[in-house]
Write a protein that binds this ligand. Structure first.
Ligand code: KG4
Ligand code: ZN
Length: 337
């Protein structure tokens, strides 16, 4: 089954052709990062406009690189939630138009489900059920993936997402948006010599809280500036990264122990982080758990992961009509159907 998938939930316009949920025939991503960087973060109105400008060309490029024409496809798929509403609407309306014009069925895909499915593209041996830690710019969730389209959220962030905390701490240290990669690289050159908090969420073993950690970084920088002291940025990055790793490892390993899953999966843009990957690798090895991480090219937003999840949604007959709407927020376990 060949699916043309479209993704426009944030600041990447992407299209891909994916066969049977696992074979990527093409994967085209047009990023808007350079423009949003001027403002220190994603400007929703600019994101929507750029999606409008590039979506047709990105889609044509994906078809061309895959060597398929529209009539040869079995279905179309689009990310309909969650994300920036104006950005999502561009992809959803474009996909609906294409579906109407071509007569191809349309599969609505939840963005977080797609991030999880990025793992199926690289690990043919990975099959649900498993426990997944999703860490991205907008989301931090611990999810039981009971089946390809059956999910249960067992932990979540109470405030900032992990990527958001990375980007805000990075910005305060003077790194350009999105600062996650810069902090990761700087951390590799520093030592974790600053003391930073590991906030716990009262009454929950699996929830996260990152805003206190981010605020601790901002306070440390402000106090140093007031006293005229120099901050060793690379050491601060290493300290921040260690705190994030400690928090994520604690919740993920507790959840693994309590749910007894032996397959552990990482997903989302922050799963590209070298410290988090190495830490989860050693935590899982110690406990005899099998860890799956997406290849770096499928960690951030892309449409290949949307095409993968779409295949599994289609197996369950989950198609949308032309009344499909976008939604800015939508829990992963209560998707469209
Ligand atoms: O999944 P994604 O592309 O978008 C959302 O769905 O939110 O994630 C983007 C986030 C950004 O916050 C970015 O800074 C972060 O992923 N990120 C990283 C790394 N690479 C990307 N954070 C930490 N370390 C990295 N190596
Ligand atoms: Zn994403």
């Amino acid at each position: 089954m060949k699916i043309l998938a479209i993704e426009s939930s944030c600041d990447e316009t992407a299209a891909a052709v994916v066969e049977d949920g696992v074979r990527v025939c093409s994967n085209v991503v047009a990023t808007q990062i350079a423009e949003h960087r001027l403002y220190g973060g994603v400007v929703p109105e600019i994101a929507s406009r750029r999606h409008c400008e590039s979506i047709a060309a990105v889609t044509e490029e994906a078809l061309e690189q895959a060597g398929v024409a529209l009539p040869e496809l079995d279905a179309l798929a689009v990310t309909y939630a969650p994300g920036l509403i104006g950005a999502l609407l561009v992809g959803v309306n474009f996909a609906k138009g294409l579906s109407l014009a071509s007569g191809k069925p349309l599969i609505p895909v939840h963005h977080i489900r797609a991030h999880i499915a990025a793992n199926y593209l690289a690990h043919p041996d990975l099959k649900p059920p498993f426990l997944c830690l999703v860490v991205s710019g907008g989301h931090s969730h611990l999810i039981e993936v009971k089946d390809y389209t059956e999910f249960r959220i067992i932990g979540r962030t109470r405030d900032d997402a992990a990527g958001e905390a990375y980007d805000k701490a990075a910005r305060a240290m003077g790194y350009p948006y999105p600062g996650g990669v810069a902090v990761d690289q700087a951390a590799g050159r520093g030592s974790p010599t600053y003391r930073l908090p590991r906030p716990q969420v009262e009454g929950s073993s699996f929830d996260f809280s990152f805003s206190g950690l981010k605020t601790a970084v901002l306070n440390l920088l402000n106090q140093a500036a007031q006293k005229g002291e120099k901050v060793r940025k690379e050491d601060l990055c290493a300290s921040f990264q260690l705190a994030v790793c400690d928090i994520l490892a604690d919740r993920l390993m507790r959840a693994a122990e309590s749910t007894e899953y032996c397959q552990i999966v990482l997903a989302g843009g922050v799963s590209a982080n070298s410290g988090i990957r190495a830490r989860m690798e050693s935590e899982c090895r110690e406990r005899g758990l099998q860890l799956f991480v997406p290849p770096l090219c499928y960690c951030g937003d892309n449409a290949a992961m949307v095409g993968s999840q779409a295949y599994f949604e289609a197996q369950g007959g989950r198609f949308a009509g032309l009344d499909l709407n976008a939604a800015a927020s939508m829990p992963v376990d209560q998707a469209y159907f």
